[in-house]
Design a protein around this ligand. Structure first.
Ligand code: IPD
Ligand code: CA
Length: 264
């Protein structure tokens, strides 16, 4: 199965509308609706409202497609396609007013699990700065009319690496130990706070590489396709698929070096 141009266009259209709603709600003021897996893991009313807008539009235009979203769970697919959606990735940035958050929409075929799916199309839209990244399988990754390409090999000065830390404090010691091991490869580290933007950043050459433990399918469905369509590689530990246990993304040369170091 491949993504028709019309399917990507629909995803772009929905991401734009959703992003504009998120930005509008941000301007009006944001309040935290609840905490989820940990006290630091928050959801705002806007996350829920934006996800319902996306879900309703998909249901109206593609009623047979499945849905997997961060805030409202899963809906069965009859077409074989599933939309994997993070309505506001970077919710903590959003709540604090840091302009690094994004609507992330991936369309996958097969079981909506990163180890099993084939990603067909993806859109990552940061309405705070107006960046709309898009990719379709075999058609490249794009930011506006610029076709994206990962940095490969990286500069002799070392790699600009991004990472993230899980919400669960119990994982922090492991996250920091991993970072210490990776540090010799790095010219510097970024913690941007939105996995979809980290991945799109690797695709666009704004970052050389990215790694993080604990990602959910909606954090990475769109961004991982962008990296591979921009000539990069995405995977987990020891040749496993990227997923909850680890996601590593970079150009081929740096990817090989990172996967040698990141073994847990
Ligand atoms: C989070 C962000 C963050 C990453 C977390 C994600 P959310 O998503 O992508 O950068 O470190 O693992 O859960 O909660 O802002 O949608
Ligand atoms: Ca997310």
């Amino acid at each position: 199965m491949t993504a028709s141009p019309a399917l990507l266009e629909l995803a772009v259209d929905i991401a734009r509308e959703a992003g504009e709603l998120a930005a509008r709600r941000r301007r009006e003021g944001v309040s935290i609706a609840a905490t989820k897996s940990a006290l630091a893991d928050i959801v705002t009313e806007a996350d829920r409202e934006v996800e319902s807008l996306i879900r309703d539009r998909i249901a109206a235009e593609r009623p047979d497609d499945g849905f997997l979203g961060e805030e409202s769970g899963a809906g069965e697919s009859r077409s074989g396609l599933t939309w994997v959606v993070d309505p506001i990735d970077g919710t903590v940035n959003y709540a604090y007013g840091i302009p690094a958050y994004a609507v992330s929409i991936g369309i996958v075929s097969g079981r909506p699990d990163p180890a099993a799916w084939t990603a067909l199309a993806g859109v990552v839209f940061n309405p705070a700065v107006g960046d709309l990244f898009r990719a379709a399988q075999g058609e490249g990754a794009w930011l506006g009319d610029r076709r994206l390409a990962v940095n490969d090999p990286v500069s002799d000065a070392g790699a600009l690496l991004a990472t993230g830390f899980g919400y669960d404090p119990a994982t922090h010691a492991g996250d920091l130990a991993r970072l210490t091991k990776v540090m010799p490869l790095a010219r510097d580290i970024r913690r941007i706070g939105a996995a979809s933007l980290d991945l799109a950043g690797v695709a666009a050459g704004r970052l050389d590489g990215y790694f993080e433990r604990g990602l959910h399918p909606w954090d990475m469905a769109a961004g991982a396709l962008m990296v591979t369509e921009a000539g990069g590689r995405v995977g987990g530990i020891g040749g496993a698929a990227a997923g909850r246990s680890m996601t590593i993304a970079a150009g081929p040369d740096l990817f090989a070096r990172l996967t040698e170091i990141i073994v847990e």
